[in-house]
Design a protein around this ligand. Structure first.
Ligand code: MN
Length: 362
């Protein structure tokens, strides 16, 4: 079967699903491309970094609209494409099409949700079943997840990863020799890369409340950066109400790109544009052109239509580091504190035997 990627992309963008046959063909074709990538992909700025998307397809389209379409804008996605939102199939289909169409323009990291176990708990498996009446599409996608790369280094100065650091490695070079081509393990460096979180209260590694990965603190980050000659770590994996969070003088930045997460958190989202190897977070108000007010009106109308037609609340995506800081929260958005309800823990089926936080000597 020949794949017409441009047709696939435009069909997806107009809201149609790809056929089962095309998805199998897409997954087959992309395998060798993904295998050829190192565990540590080196890229150069300018690049726009996108955090968790979690099946919010219409927000992803909004991200491309704000951040620029491929191939004119380079993208780095930090993982967690699927689960939670209602359109994981569309999100992963579109991203894989883009990857195959413009391989040097887009890099896709693996997140902790790109996993057979996790997707059976958090929605992607059921969505595939519902949309394709069989688990075969889910099988094809999750097979491909095994080949996604783990980390990226931008301009030799910025280390990008889905979750965070691990007591199992202290240099980036150690990552290059890992065999990543399998399901995400319960523990060890690959699990930690995808599950770990920063913790401002504890300077070292500690047991994570998620039940997988570790928490890591300021001294871990400082030593890791110094040892590896990096300036900053950029990661995703945690909901930020403002769309991003900077810790420790910007040594670690979290970027979150699912606005109004799960259609109810009321949070903003952001994308990070990197230039000259450093993220600069500033919230310059978009100066815009003269028709800004008109455009805003039109966008609000479209927004309303979108909400009415699809029950999707594409909300607020912040474009950080350059010029745009637009906030649009869907009017029907129900807000409540969701930190506990939607906190992603490793499900029972994933848990490794209980372990103590390792003693880590820097
Ligand atoms: Mn995650």
């Amino acid at each position: 079967m020949t794949l017409d990627l441009d047709a696939c992309i435009s069909n997806l963008k107009s809201g149609s699903l790809l056929s089962e046959a095309i998805i199998h063909s897409l997954c087959n074709s992309i395998k060798s491309l993904l295998i050829s990538e190192s565990n540590v992909v080196s890229i150069s700025s300018p690049v726009t970094i996108v955090g968790d998307v979690h099946g919010q397809f219409y927000d992803l389209l909004e991200i491309f609209r704000i951040g620029g379409e491929l191939p004119n804008t380079n993208y780095l996605f930090l993982g967690d494409y699927v689960d939670r939102g209602y359109h994981s199939v569309e999100v992963i289909s579109l991203l894989l099409c883009y990857k195959l169409r413009y391989p040097s323009r887009i890099t896709l990291l693996r997140g902790n949700h790109e996993s057979r176990t996790i997707t059976q708990v958090y929605g992607f498996y059921n969505e595939c079943l519902k949309k394709y009446k069989s688990p075969s599409v889910w099988r094809s996608f999750t097979d491909i997840f095994d080949y996604l790369t783990l980390t990226v280094v931008i301009d030799n100065s910025l280390f990008a990863v889905h979750g965070g650091l691990s007591p199992s490695f202290s240099t980036i070079d150690e990552l290059r020799v890992l065999d990543r081509f399998s399901e995400i393990p319960h523990d060890g460096p690959i699990a930690d890369i995808m599950w770990s979180d920063p913790d401002t209260d504890k300077p070292d590694f500690a047991v994570s409340p998620r039940g997988a990965g570790f928490t890591f603190g300021s001294s871990i980050v400082e030593h890791f950066l110094a040892r590896n000659g990096m300036n900053q770590i950029v990661r995703a994996h945690q909901l930020c109400m403002e769309g991003y969070q900077e810790l420790w003088d910007g040594q670690l930045v979290t970027v979150w790109s699912a606005p109004n997460y799960c259609y109810r958190c009321g949070n903003k989202a952001s994308i990070l544009e990197v230039n000259d190897g450093r993220i600069v977070l500033n919230d310059d108000i978009y100066q815009g052109d003269d028709n800004e007010e008109e455009k805003e009106k039109e966008e609000n109308n479209n927004q309303q239509k979108l909400i009415e037609n699809t029950l999707i609340h594409s909300t607020s995506i912040n474009r950080i580091s350059t010029s745009i800081n637009r906030i649009r929260v869907g009017s029907k958005t129900k807000k409540f504190d969701c930190y506990f309800n939607l906190f992603d823990a490793a499900p029972e089926s994933f848990l490794a035997p209980k372990q103590e936080a390792p003693q880590y000597f820097l």
